[in-house]
Each structure stands twice: as structure tokens, then as C-alpha cells.
Design a protein around this ligand. Structure first.
Ligand code: PLP
Length: 397
């Protein structure tokens, strides 16, 4: 059975060119970048050329890119350093953030006595910008705003320009989790004056185990991981040279092909919405994910009008991989905190959320397969519903 992969917000398949670039590097380069001999200098050169390439693509300085192991580490590094080294005593965030932000902020709240304010969301899950402004204005505590650029489950996009401006006017630092958007949207960080951003290579057809934190130059961080003083003494540990090379290649490819891939994926997303609406009576979509202008184009969160805790398993039996929550919590049939933030308890009881997430490798045939299988599952539920209703009406079981 041909398998269909529609879980690209969890991770993406690597581009062949990225694998080739990394493999070539593995064959030829094996020195430790900290060694002063030629083997080490060769490895160091690969690292720095990659850093320069990424910095150029974001229009920032190389010294503002700090390589890490993943998006989770980047977000941890930024939030913890703001509290530890920049004197942040207040954090403004939301209940929609990825767990690696929410958990870190919660730890700062309980162990470091940082004041944490979770900004109000409207019913579609978007940040209430007026309330954010009001919160920013009422305190002169050193404040960090951490709000994600795009939500990984429901796709809602943050108006980053607006939030950046509000932060600047109110002297707050601004971190945005860009794990789902870097490489998917053009970003000129010389114009968009955010202070911190995060990236993970495996979300853009690069390798797992490598990412970076963007930290604006003027901000004086110290390391969270101490040791040999690598990464200009911001993150010790022998560098993942091959990962860095793969990340730079994947990032470059993503931005070079951005318009072409975006058009292709937007077509797939519109096609999915249209086919589901034709085939599944009562289907809806969670958050803003069906609004092409206001959501991450790679994510569609489908709200099926029946309860089926095993839907992920049933789809998998037919060869289709999707997600019911974020990858970290998949396996659990519990509805995610993001869905709980945008739907009331009564609605959650009678629907099934399914996250479909796309990459440039998906096709309309993949969508036809997905919709056909969802249609079969939906019809099974309809039959079960009417059988139960007839029995009840007859006073049966
Ligand atoms: N932030 C967001 C928005 C994500 O979607 C993810 C991964 O799903 C992460 C952070 C964590 O990234 P990583 O898997 O590289 O640790």
C-alpha cells in the first residue's frame, strides 16, 4: 500500500540535495571545529560559511545566529536567558504556545517568581491586540513578550509587525517562535525588529537535531550550557557540523523555492477544504486554519462532526499519516490544550479534530485518498448514529 504523509508540521522529509550536501561533508570533513590544525579549520570553515549563508538570508549579522540542537532548545535558551541575564521579571505569552515555551514560562513563574500574563484570545484563537497593548502599558517591569508567529496546530498567524511595534513603544523585548514559519515565509530581520526568533531544520526538509536561535546583537546573553565556550561562548559542546551544513542548505532551498512551493501547497489546502465540504456534511475547520490569508499555509485543522478517538489509527490502517495534536503529545487521545483554547467543552465532546499538514511533496492524489478514507469513516459513524436512534425510538437497547 502506497503511504500518504500529511504530517509535515511534525516533521518533513529531507530534500535529496540536503542529504547529498551532508553526505559529501561527512566524507570529507571530520576535524573538530575547535582544533587549530587544518582538519579543525576546515570544519570551522564549513560552520561559519553556513552561518553566513543563513544570516544573509535573514539580513542579519552572522554573530546573531546561535546554533542549537532544535526549536525546543532555541526557545528554552532565549526565554531562560532573558530571565537569567537580561533581568526580565514579567512575561506576556498565550495558551496557544508550543509546550517548549509554555513549560519554560511556567517554570520561570513557579521557580523564578516571574510574573506571567497569558493574553486573552478571541474565539478563533487570535491574540487580542488591544488587550496586549493595555497589559504592556500598565507595568514598568522589564517585560518579555513571547508569542508564536504561527500556531503548529490551528495555523493562526500572529501579526508580528504589530506586536513588534507595540513592544518597541512599550520598551518590551519580543521573542517569536518561528519554528513553523522560518523557511516558509520571507523574513528580513533588518526591517522587522524582533529581538529573538527560533528555527528547527527538520521543519523545512533539513535534518533533525539542529536548529538556531536568532539573538539580536545588542542583547548580552550568557551560556545556558557551559564548557568549552563554543558558539562564541553562548553554547558549549562540539558542534554538529553536518547538521549545520544541512540546515543551511535546507534553509537556502526553502527560500529559493518559496513562491513555487507556497502556490502548490495553497492549491492543495484549498482543494482539501473544497473536497471535504463536498463529501463530509457538517465539516468545519478549527481556528483560522481555513482562512488562507490568516493562517499558516502548510496547516489545516479539520473539525469532523462526530467523535472518534481512534481516527488517527483508522487513517493509519489505510496508509494515511496525519496528527490529532502536536507530535509531542500524539499517541494520547486527549484533545490538545490548543483545541481546548478555541473550542468549548460541549463542542469538544461531539467532534474530532484532525490536523492535516502539507509539504511540497504532497499531491492532489494524496488529498483524494485522505478525503475518501475520511468519507468512509464518516459514513460508518452516520450508520451507527441512525441505527442507535432507530433502536432508541423503538424503545430498544
Ligand atoms: N515550536 C513550534 C511552533 C513547533 O511546532 C515545534 C515542533 O513541533 C517546536 C517549537 C519544537 O521544535 P523541535 O521539534 O525542533 O524541538
Amino acid at each position: 500500500m502506497q503511504r500518504v504523509y500529511l504530517d509535515n508540521a511534525a516533521t518533513t522529509p529531507m530534500h535529496k540535495e540536503v542529504i547529498d550536501t551532508m553526505t559529501q561533508c561527512m566524507h570529507n570533513i571530520y576535524g573538530n571545529p575547535s582544533s587549530t590544525h587544518v582538519f579543525g579549520r576546515e570544519a570551522k570553515a564549513q560552520m561559519e560559511l553556513s552561518r553566513k549563508k543563513i544570516a544573509e538570508l535573514l539580513n542579519v549579522s552572522s554573530s546573531e545566529i546561535v546554533f542549537t540542537s532544535c526549536g525546543t532548545e532555541s526557545n528554552n535558551f532565549i526565554i531562560r536567558s532573558c530571565v537569567d541575564h537580561l533581568g526580565v521579571t514579567r512575561i506576556i505569552t498565550s495558551t496557544l504556545e508550543h509546550k517548549c515555551v509554555q513549560e519554560t514560562v511556567a517554570e520561570m513563574e513557579s521557580n523564578r517568581k516571574v510574573e506571567v500574563i497569558r493574553v486573552k484570545l478571541d474565539p478563533s484563537g487570535s491574540v487580542d491586540y488591544d488587550e496586549l497593548e493595555r497589559i504592556l502599558q500598565v507595568s514598568d517591569k522589564k517585560t518579555l513578550v513571547t508569542l508564536m508567529h504561527a500556531n503548529n496546530e490551528i495555523g493562526n498567524l500572529l501579526d508580528v509587525e504589530k506586536v513588534q511595534q507595540l513592544c518597541e513603544e512599550n520598551n518590551a523585548l519580543f521573542h517569536t517562535d518561528t519554528v513553523q514559519t522560518l523557511g516558509h515565509y520571507p523574513m528580513d530581520l533588518s526591517k522587522l525588529k524582533i529581538d529573538f526568533a527560533s528555527c528547527s531544520a527538520h521543519k523545512l526538509h533539513g535534518p533533525k537535531g539542529i536548529g538556531f536561535a536568532f539573538v539580536r546583537k545588542s542583547l548580552q546573553f550568557k551560556p545556558q550550557i557551559t564548557g568549552g565556550g563554543q558558539e562564541r561562548n553562548l553554547r558549549s559542546g562540539t558542534e554538529n557540523v553536518y547538521g549545520v551544513v544541512g540546515l543551511a542548505k535546507a534553509f537556502e532551498m526553502s527560500l529559493n523555492d518559496l513562491d513555487k512551493h507556497r502556490a502548490h501547497i495553497e492549491d492543495l489546502k484549498s482543494y482539501t477544504i473544497q473536497k471535504l465540504q463536498e463529501e463530509i456534511p457538517g465539516v468545519e475547520f478549527n481556528g483560522l486554519s481555513a482562512d488562507l490569508d490568516k493562517s499558516l499555509y502548510t496547516v489545516l485543522n479539520v473539525r469532523l462532526p462526530f467523535k472518534d478517538a481512534l481516527i488517527g489509527f483508522e487513517l493509519e490502517l489505510k496508509g494515511i499519516a496525519v496528527s490529532q495534536g502536536s507530535a509531542c503529545s500524539s499517541g494520547a487521545s486527549k484533545v490538545s490544550t490548543v483545541i481546548q483554547s478555541v473550542l468549548d467543552a460541549e463542542t469538544i465532546e461531539r467532534i474530532t479534530p484532525v490536523r492535516v499538514s502539507y509539504s511540497c511533496y504532497n499531491t492532489r492524489e494524496d488529498i483524494d485518498r485522505l478525503v475518501n478514507v475520511i468519507k468512509q469513516i464518516s459514513e460508518k459513524h452516520l450508520v451507527a448514529h441512525y441505527t442507535f436512534k432507530c433502536h432508541s425510538d423503538e424503545g430498544g437497547i
